[in-house]
Ligand binder design. Structure first.
Ligand SMILES: Nc1ncnc2c1ncn2[C@@H]1O[C@H](COP(=O)(O)OP(=O)(O)OP(=O)(O)O)[C@@H](O)[C@H]1O
Ligand SMILES: O=C(O)[C@@H](O)C(=O)CO
Length: 409
């Protein structure tokens, strides 16, 4: 294994896997830290954690365990993958995890680059944009778990790490890899070890990739991985992908803008479950039985408007609501697969994490892309999954995912 990646959620990890596969790297996503050694043919390993919204110490401990396993597989470079919208609280977990990994690896300079231009995430002068909006006006200010109210990533990161935060601005990036390296060195000499990296287009990410050849650690969204495979000697052996037919179902616990649009656009049978119903003991098996009885793809969703989410959180507490809903979707996924579902679509990072942990596959093979950032993945002999990050995918995502899952590639 050459490149070792640690993802702070499951959908985000599949987004990264998708980028690496598209750039020709044989990539496998692992569900948590594996017990045994990896298949020696794997060139990039993505250890998917569910560490974005857990207490800082736990996120650090899990990430260090992932690092240790990836090092044992022979990796020489490590990538910490978080959300392209830099989802974190004032405590972390992005900064503390990155700093712990940097300390372990003795990294003198570490970049933070959540840019993913294909999906509209760009960083200019240290500020993160989503399309033509600043992060703080993009809908992310209403996120149920990690509301993002400041678009200046230097200010967001500062309280999460030791020392002053540095910056390499776009005009330097446009000068190319040598100038980027020189700018990073200057930041390190000035005592700024953690550096926000501007990037507004794929070419910028490719330049960053070249500049970062051989550095022990980098951090960012899936975009920053675009330029890395080119730094390694790869086998070029692409695995064949086998599509999967059979019963299909979609689940959504995501309240992000894009998901809410996809839920509204879903043409098949759909059933809403509310936080109150789930906290009141709604049985996952009953909802699974409803879903399994449908002729067309059923959608079960808790996706709701920010006001509804806020009201539920104020009434019952944020953690309690999240745990109840995630537990419900986890049980529902198990019941659906036990009932014969072979194609399962799940929207939302936390939701998908709970779903995948419940299904407990050891590793996920990365297949074709459905929409930018979302691949199909094989989780078993007769089971494929599509894990969609909240803000990814076109309006017809659920129908498109069901179609793409069927085809060989
Ligand atoms: N009806 C609801 N009422 C209150 N909270 C809800 C409701 N539905 C979902 N939530 C909360 O919203 C969270 C959504 O998180 P999730 O990570 O699954 O989606 P997302 O944030 O859109 O996705 P991503 O992290 O990929 O951007 C859930 O963990 C849950 O806590
Ligand atoms: O980077 C992204 O936006 C996604 O992969 C993700 O992590 C959202 O949860």
């Amino acid at each position: 294994m050459l490149l070792g990646c640690i993802g702070d959620d499951f959908t985000g990890s599949s987004d990264l896997g998708n980028t690496l596969v598209k750039q020709g790297m044989r990539t496998v996503q692992y569900v948590g830290v594996p017990d045994g050694p990896a298949d020696p043919e794997v060139e990039a390993g993505v250890v998917a954690l569910k560490s974005r919204s857990i207490p800082v110490e736990e996120a650090v401990a899990q990430s260090l365990a992932a690092l240790e396993w990836l090092r044992a597989q022979g990796c020489t470079q490590f990538l910490f993958k978080y959300c392209s919208t830099f989802d974190s609280t004032a405590q972390g977990n992005i900064g503390p995890v990155a700093e712990a990994l940097a300390d372990k690896l003795g990294a003198q300079s570490v970049i933070f680059c959540p840019a993913f231009p294909t999906t509209g995430r760009t960083i200019y002068m240290g500020h993160l944009f989503v399309g033509d909006r600043l992060l703080s006006e993009s809908g992310m200010e209403n996120h149920p778990l990690t509301p993002m109210t400041d678009p200046d990533l230097r200010r967001v990161l500062a309280p999460q790490v030791s020392g002053e935060v540095g910056h390499v601005a776009a005009p330097t990036v446009w000068e190319g890899p040598d100038e980027i390296r020189a700018a990073l060195e200057a930041e390190a000499v000035a005592g700024r070890r953690f550096v926000i990296a501007d990037a507004i287009r794929d070419g910028d990410l490719m330049a960053w990739g070249k500049a970062l050849a051989g550095v022990p650690l980098l951090t960012g969204g899936s975009g920053i991985a675009m330029g890395l495979p080119g730094n390694f000697t790869l086998s070029g052996k692409a695995g064949r992908w086998r599509g999967q037919g059979g019963p299909v179902a979609a689940l959504s616990g995501s309240c992000s803008n894009a998901t809410r649009g996809q839920v509204a656009a879903h043409e098949g049978p759909s059933r809403e479950v509310t936080a109150e119903q789930v906290l009141g003991g709604l049985a996952a098996q009953e909802v699974a039985d409803w879903a399994l009885a449908q002729d067309r793809m059923p959608l079960v969703y808790s996706s709701a408007e920010p006001d509804t989410v806020r009201a539920a959180q104020e009434a019952h507490g944020r953690e309690k609501v999240a745990a109840a809903l995630e537990g419900f979707f986890a049980q529902l996924a198990k019941a659906l697969v036990a009932g014969g579902v072979t194609r399962l679509i799940s929207a939302g990072g936390e939701t998908s994490g709970a779903v995948v942990e419940a299904l407990a596959p050891d590793a996920l093979e990365i297949g074709p892309e459905i929409d930018p950032g979302v691949p199909v993945m094989r989780a078993g002999e007769d089971l494929v999954l599509a894990l969609k990050s909240g803000n990814f995918g076109a309006e017809d995502f659920f129908a498109k995912a069901a179609r793409v899952m069927e085809h060989d590639a």
